[in-house]
Design a binder for this molecule. Structure first.
Ligand SMILES: Cc1ncc(COP(=O)(O)O)c(C=O)c1O
Length: 384
C-alpha cells in the first residue's frame, strides 16, 4: 500500500509559517478559547471511547439516527479515514474473517473531484478509485456520470458538499439522484459535509437520506473551532461500529477538551456562533466578488469561504502566480494544480476582515506590477 504526499499540506508547510497572511485557509477564522469553559475535569480518555452517549444521541437526532449510529472522531479527517477503513479494508482484518459485519464488500470507490485530496488519496491507497470530474465553470454534479462510473464492486460513492475547492453546493435533487445510484449498487454515499453549516440554507444531511447515507463533519470550518479536533461520522450502525474498531488503533477516543467545548458550541450558543460566522462569510464573499471583478477574473460564486479563481494574465500557471505572490507579497494562496486544475488558484476568505483587506491589496499590487512589466515588454517588442 502506498499513499501520495498530501500536496496542499506540503505547500502550506513550505510557506504558511513564515508568510504574513494566510489567504488560503479553507475555514472561517478561529474563535477565541475565552468564549468557552475550558475545564472538563479529570484529564482521562473519553469513556466510552466512541463518545459521550448522551451527546452522541443529541448529534444523532440531527440525522434522524441513534447514538450508536454516531462515532466521535478527531476532526473530519479522522472521520473520513475511519469510514474508508470501515468500508474498503479487508473484512477479515476486524471481523476475524467471519464476514458478519453487515457492511457490504467491495474495494472500489467512485469519488467526485476536484476535492480535498484525502477524499481520493485514502480510498486509492486501500482500493481502487474512479474519479468523476466536475467541469468548470459550473462544476455541476452529474448523477449519470456517477452511475456510469459505479460498478458491482463499488463500496462507496464520495462527494464533498459544499465542495472544496470550487465552492459549488450541489442541489438536493442531484445529491438524491447520486444516493439512488449508491442504493442500486448496494453501496454507500459518503458525503463530507464540513462546510454545510456555512450555507445560508443548509440541505438535509446525507446520513438522513436512508440506510445507505453516511455524513462526516466537524466543528472546524463552520464554527471556527479547528483546534478542538472534534468531528464525527453519522451513518448505519455496522459501518460506524467497524469504524470504531479501527479507531482503537488510531486515536482511541475523541479529545476530551474537544468534546467538552463542542457540547457548549452546539448548545445554547450555537445559533449565535453560526449566524456570526455566516455573516462574516457573506460580507467577505461580496468583497472578494468585487476584487475578482476588478481584476477581470472568473469564478463560481461560492457557498462557504473557498473560491476557485482563474489565474491572472501574465503568469504561466497557478503555481508560478502563487509562488510570486508569496515571495513578493508574503501572502499564501493555494495553486490549483494541487486539485488537478493548474489554471486556477484557491482563495480562502474566512480570515479576519483586516487581514483579508490587506491580503487582497497585496495580491492586487503583484498582479498590477506584473501586468505593467508585461505591457512594457510588449511595447519594446521583447518577450513578456
Ligand atoms: C473537505 C474537507 N474535509 C475535511 C477537512 C479536514 O477537516 P478537519 O479539521 O475537520 O479534520 C478539510 C480541511 O480543509 C476539508 O476541506
Amino acid at each position: 500500500m502506498r499513499i501520495d504526499p498530501f500536496g496542499l499540506e506540503r505547500w502550506f508547510a513550505e510557506y504558511e509559517h513564515e508568510a504574513d497572511i494566510m489567504l488560503a485557509e479553507s475555514g472561517i477564522r478561529s474563535l477565541d478559547a475565552s468564549r468557552f469553559d475550558l475545564d472538563p475535569g479529570k484529564l482521562g480518555y473519553v469513556i466510552p471511547t466512541n463518545g459521550d452517549p448522551e451527546f452522541r444521541a443529541s448529534v444523532g437526532d440531527r440525522y434522524e439516527r441513534s447514538a450508536d449510529e454516531v462515532l466521535f472522531t478527531c476532526g473530519t479527517q479522522e472521520a473520513n479515514f475511519l469510514t474508508f477503513l470501515s468500508l474498503l479494508a479487508d473484512e477479515g482484518a476486524v471481523d476475524g474473517g467471519n464476514g458478519e459485519s453487515g457492511v457490504g464488500s467491495g474495494t472500489h470507490a467512485v469519488v467526485v473531484t476536484p476535492t480535498y485530496q484525502a477524499l481520493h488519496a485514502v480510498p486509492d491507497a486501500f482500493g481502487d478509485v474512479t474519479r468523476v470530474e466536475l467541469e468548470p465553470p459550473a462544476w455541476e454534479l452529474d448523477p449519470e456520470a456517477v452511475a456510469d462510473a459505479a460498478r458491482d464492486d463499488t463500496a462507496v460513492i464520495v462527494v464533498n458538499n459544499p465542495n472544496n475547492p470550487t465552492g459549488q453546493y450541489h442541489d438536493e435533487a442531484a445529491m438524491r439522484a447520486v444516493y439512488d445510484v449508491a442504493v442500486e449498487r448496494d453501496a454507500y454515499l459518503l458525503c463530507d459535509e464540513v462546510y454545510r453549516l456555512l450555507a445560508e440554507d443548509p440541505q438535509p444531511p446525507v446520513a438522513s437520506y436512508g440506510a445507505h447515507g453516511i455524513s462526516t463533519t466537524s466543528l472546524t470550518k463552520a464554527y471556527g473551532l479547528a483546534g478542538l479536533r472534534f468531528g464525527w461520522i453519522a451513518g448505519p450502525e455496522p459501518v460506524v461500529e467497524r469504524a470504531w474498531r479501527w479507531k482503537d488503533y488510531t486515536t482511541i477516543s475523541p479529545s476530551l477538551f474537544g468534546q467538552h467545548v463542542a457540547k457548549q458550541a452546539m448548545g445554547r450558543r450555537e445559533d449565535r456562533i453560526l449566524s456570526e460566522n455566516r455573516e462574516l462569510a457573506a460580507a467577505h464573499r461580496d468583497r472578494v466578488a468585487d476584487w475578482v471583478d476588478d481584476h477581470d477574473l472568473d469564478w463560481l460564486d461560492p457557498v462557504g469561504v473557498n473560491a476557485f479563481v482563474t489565474v491572472p494574465d501574465g503568469f504561466a500557471d497557478a503555481e508560478e502566480f502563487c509562488r510570486t505572490v508569496v515571495e513578493e507579497a508574503s501572502v499564501v494562496l493555494a495553486p490549483g494544480h494541487l486539485f488537478g486544475f493548474p489554471d486556477r488558484f484557491r482563495i480562502g476568505f474566512g480570515l479576519p476582515t483586516e487581514e483579508l483587506e490587506d491580503g487582497l491589496d497585496r495580491v492586487s499590487r503583484v498582479i498590477e506590477a506584473h501586468a505593467t512589466e508585461a505591457d512594457s515588454a510588449a511595447a519594446s517588442g521583447g518577450d513578456a
